[in-house]
Ligand binder design. Structure first.
Ligand SMILES: Cc1ncc(C[n+]2csc(CCOP(=O)(O)OP(=O)(O)O)c2C)c(N)n1
Ligand SMILES: [Mg+2]
Length: 279
């Protein structure tokens, strides 16, 4: 469970997740920092409101599984796992270096709390379906969450998994799409549009919601609805997010898939975050 008795707000958690990510970016001088900043609010709600887990026992059988399809978003998950007390904060200094438990692309075998290795895009939802079936067979009440990207909606395997999840009535599956409308070559909607996304999931038999993924209260409400729903079908929450949210000079860039900044600009990014820190 999230740390007992904690009265730290979700907004403060999101701020700290962003700060950890920027500090990791600084270690390497570059990275997928924009994704981490964009999805920080969703991760704060996931790790400090929705998920059931034990920070000191990441293999605990009763945990909810959080599957990161998108290996390049590992920096975002490390930041959340640091904040959740799964990984020590000092370790972020090793991000992306040889023998680190925090490689630039997420590896399940390296990092406690990283359930799958997800760098080859479009496989997370299929793995989630398998896990959901296995958990049901064990009569577990754990949920499987799969964070996938809007770019992954262009993969046929995602839709095969979506069809299969509905066929098997997987009410223990909650997919979260980080819809930042960016993928490597530019806007997702201009590259291969998946719109209207919620209609598509509904047509596949899912319960679908769409929220502003940078509005913590809206995200929290959507997670609550997805968890409480008494319908035998999988659920998806499409979260519209802004790449690099919280650092205006990075938000303003056209291409934010992989960010490089001048050495002195990391301090400016931390200052920008501090300005937006919740009171
Ligand atoms: C199967 C597969 N195809 C292509 C890639 C190369 N690739 C890495 S990230 C990426 C962009 C995918 O879109 P999204 O995850 O939405 O990007 P972001 O929002 O992080 O910019 C691509 C095409 C990959 N990792 N796996
Ligand atoms: Mg994207």
């Amino acid at each position: 469970m999230p740390r007992a008795g904690s009265n730290v707000s979700l907004a403060e958690r999101a701020y700290r997740i962003r700060r950890h990510a920027v500090r990791m970016g600084e270690v390497q001088g570059q990275g997928y920092v924009g994704q981490a900043l964009g999805v920080a609010d969703v991760l704060a709600v996931a790790y400090f409101h929705a998920l059931r887990y034990r920070p000191d026992d990441t293999q605990w059988e009763g945990r909810d599984r959080f599957l990161l399809s998108i290996g390049h978003y590992a920096i975002a998950l490390y930041a959340a796992l640091i904040e959740a007390g799964v990984l020590p904060e000092e370790e972020l200094e090793t991000y992306g270096t040889d023998d680190s438990r925090m490689p630039m692309s997420g590896m399940a075998a390296y990092t406690p709390g990283m359930e799958i290795t997800g760098g080859s895009l479009g496989h997370g939802l299929g793995i989630a379906v398998g896990m959901c079936l296995g958990l049901k067979r064990k009569q577990s009440d754990s949920f499987v969450y799969n964070l996938l990207s809007d770019g992954e909606l262009g993969e046929g395997s995602t839709w095969e998994a979506a069809m299969s999840a509905a066929h098997h009535k997987l009410d223990n599956l909650i997919a979260i799409v980080d819809f930042n409308n960016q993928q490597a070559d530019g806007q997702s909607t201009a590259t291969l549009s998946s719109e209207p996304v919620t209609d598509k999931f509904e047509a596949f038999g899912w319960h679908a919601q769409r929220v502003d993924g940078n509005d913590i209260e809206a995200v929290r409400a959507a997670f609550d609805i997805a968890k409480a729903l008494k319908e035998p079908r999988p659920r998806v929450i499409v979260c519209d997010t802004l790449m690099a949210k919280g650092v205006p000079f990075l938000e303003a860039r056209d291409i934010t898939h992989f960010i490089r900044v001048e050495p002195h600009e990391w301090a400016l990014a931390l200052e920008a975050l501090e300005k937006g820190r919740p009171q």
